[in-house]
Design a protein around this ligand. Structure first.
Ligand SMILES: Cc1ncc(COP(=O)(O)O)c(C=O)c1O
Length: 359
């Protein structure tokens, strides 16, 4: 039977059950008002097929990133881009981090790609280090680095990424860097490899509107690469209308939301710091967590997710990621009041746990 492995499955809960969903990493400020208005206006043109080449959105994105339009391929969410890239590249062997986002492996399975893992460990705070370079050789067709990584929230430094990129070029390997959560990283630490796109035609960058602008239900993502052959093949390997009229309108409007984005970053920084401090005080081991989600181990509170679900909170259990077990969890940074409610609920659970074990 098919097994859905992601967070955010609020639809599986009994009807009427109210939960606060910390299991999907969506911007806590919600869909920007401008995007809502753009969606309403776009309803009037939904009778027609959407523009198959997303011309207006591609043009605006190119200006936004200061890149050529031919570097951009848009699709039905970043996840959809992954499946098209798998078909475009058809890698025989790929190197993935472990743990990392599950859909890389799922997309690669559609082309029977063999997977090699670069294991991340708690001892090293789940960081990628130089030893990854020894795992890349002439047999490696594709390396995927999620930066910051999901679920760990850990960033890989630019200097190491450049070494990986160079190594990949020398071995004839594509490097896919998933920057879907980079928009949430603090200004001082955040960076993109997009400035290397023209120099390296083996580099592909993955981006999502879904998380940054809280529009996961609309589905809009894209990749950037100077490799036109890859983009052509992505187009050949899917339907022509994978970006709906509504998604294109939402994307066009979202790109104007500079203030919303700056405000989101500041808000997330403050709330993340509140959650980090409190999770730490509760005795949990917190890792990385540079984006809008926090990754931690709760060895002192078994079955935390199940207990919280009873109290009306969904959090992401991480036991189904490679290299992780039932002690690991990921929570999204949500609104001030929701974050406070979560910490209060966990504090209460811990009190009950300590009381039960002392009696
Ligand atoms: C690292 C990462 N990349 C890509 C995606 C897919 O995003 P989208 O909703 O745009 O398909 C996700 C979704 O959770 C993710 O965590």
């Amino acid at each position: 039977m098919y097994n859905y492995v992601h967070g955010g499955d609020v639809y599986s809960l009994p009807e009427g059950k109210k939960v606060i969903d910390f299991s999907a990493n969506i911007n806590p400020l919600g869909l920007p008002r401008g995007v809502k208005n753009a969606l309403k206006a776009a309803i009037n043109v939904c009778a027609d097929y959407p523009d198959p080449f997303c011309r207006k959105l591609t043009e605006k994105l190119a200006r936004y990133h200061n890149l050529e339009q031919k570097y951009i391929f848009l699709s039905n969410g970043a996840a959809d881009v992954l499946f098209k890239l798998a078909l475009a590249i058809k890698p025989g062997k790929a190197l993935l981090l472990a743990p990392t986002f599950a859909d890389y492996e799922k997309a690669l399975a559609t082309v029977n790609c063999k997977i090699d893992y670069f294991g991340l460990s708690a001892g090293n705070d789940f960081r990628v280090d130089d030893s990854i370079l020894t795992k890349i050789n002439n047999d490696t067709d594709l390396v995927i680095i999620c930066n910051p990584n999901n679920p760990t929230g850990q960033l890989t430094e630019e200097t190491l990424l450049l070494k990986i990129l160079d190594k990949c070029r020398s071995t004839g390997t594509y490097l896919l860097v998933d920057e879907c959560f980079m928009d949430f990283v603090d200004k001082e630490k955040g960076f993109s490899l997009k400035k290397y796109l023209s120099e390296y035609d083996n580099l592909i960058i993955l981006k999502a509107f879904t998380k940054t602008y809280a529009m996961a239900g609309i589905r809009l993502g894209y990749c950037l690469t100077s490799n036109e052959d890859i983009i052509d093949k992505c187009r050949e390997n899917g339907q022509d209308w994978s970006v709906s009229t509504l998604a294109q309108a939402a994307g066009l409007s979202a790109l104007d939301e500079e203030e919303y984005l700056a405000k989101s970053k500041e808000y997330i920084k403050k709330e993340r710091s509140y959650l980090l401090q409190n999770l730490h005080k509760l005795g949990f081991k917190v890792y990385g967590s540079e984006a809008n989600y926090i990754f931690f181990a709760a060895k002192n509170l078994p079955r935390l997710a199940e207990k919280l679900e009873k109290d009306g909170f969904l959090i992401r259990k991480c036991a189904n990621y490679h290299n992780l077990d039932e002690h690991y969890y990921r929570i999204a940074v949500r609104t001030t009041s929701q974050n406070k409610l979560l910490i209060k609920a966990v504090r209460k659970l811990l009190k009950n746990e300590n009381f039960a074990s002392n009696n």
